[in-house]
Design a protein around this ligand. Sequence first.
Ligand code: P6P
Length: 338
Amino acid sequence: NHDKLALPVGTTLDRFIMRKQEDFPYATGELSQLLRDIALAAKIVNREINRSGLIDIAGAYGNRNVQGEDQQKLDVIANIRFIRALRNGGEVCTIISEEDDEMIQTGNTQGKYVVAIDPLDGSSNIDVNVSIGTIFSIYRRVSPTGNEGTTQDCLQTGTHQVAAGYVIYGSSTMMVYTTGNGVNGFTYEPSLGEFFLSHPNIQTPKTGAIYSINEGVSESFTEGMKGFVAFCKEQNYSARYIGSLVADFHRNLLKGGIYMYPTSKKAPNGKLRLMYECNPLAFIVEQAGGKSSNGRRRTLEIEPRDLHERCPLFIGSPELVEKVEEFLAPEFAHDAVL
Ligand code: P6P
C-alpha cells in the first residue's frame, strides 16, 4: 500500500494529507479537513505577520483598513483567524486558546474534535522581527456529538492527542506536524500559496551540544538545575536561547539539543502552558525520537486539571533529557508525586 512509497520532497501538503489518509481505511476525512483548515489559517496569519512591520506606517501607504481602526496586536489577529478557520471548517466543537480564559464553543455540535492552540507564541518578539510560532494540539472529543464540548473533552492527557503541530514564521514559514506516524515538515512558498514537503520523517539527534535556558534567572534555579547548567558548560555546549519557544524548539529538533523552562521562585510551576505549548511539542518530539518531561514525569502523562495550567518543560534529545533528570532527581526524592 501507499505508505511503503515514501512521498517525495516537494509533495504538497494537500496531497500528503490525502495520501496519508488512504493509509487509514476507516478514516472519514474529518481530521484531514481539520489539518487543511489549520494550514489555511497559517497562510493568512503568515501574510499578516509579513505585513506587520509596515502596518504602523500603513496610513502613509493608504491601506489602513476601511474602519481606520487601530492596528490590533498580531496575537489577537492570529487568534481570530485560527478560531474563524476552525469554526468555518466545521470539524471542531470546542477550542482552548492561550488568548481566551474560557473554552470557546464553535457551534459545531457535530464536530468530533477539540483543538488547544497558542495562536501566536512569543508575540513579545514580533516587533523586533524574531521568529514566532503557532502551536496546536488536536483531540477527539469524549462527549457525545450533538452538544457543546465539555471540560472533560478539553482536559485530556497528552497521550490522547490525535495530532499536534506548529507553524514557525521565520526566515521561511514552515508547518511541522504529526498524527502519530512520524513528524513531517512543510515549507511555505508564498508566491504559490502552497506548503511543500521539505523535511520528511524528521528524527531528532539522540544527543546534542546545544542547551536553551534563560540563565538570567539562574540565581533562583534549584541546585540540580544549576548543576546541569554547569555540566553543559563543562561539555562546552553552545548556549542558544532566542526566547521564542517555537524557534528554540525547532532549531534543537533539527540539530539536537535541549530546551528547558524550569521552575523558579518567580514561576513555581514554570511559565509554559501544558495544553497548548508543552503537550503538542512533547508529542512531536517523541514521534521524532526525542523526550519531554517536567523534570521527573513524561509530559504526555501529566493529568491536566486546568485549561491553562503551567508545567516545567525539559524537551529535546533523549540523552540530554535523561541527563537533566539525573541532576534534578535528588530534589524530587522527598517531594509529593507531581
Ligand atoms: P523568558 C515567550 O513569551 C515564551 O512564552 C516562549 O515563547 C519563550 O520560550 C519563553 O516565553 C521565554 O520566557 O522568561 O525566558 O523570557
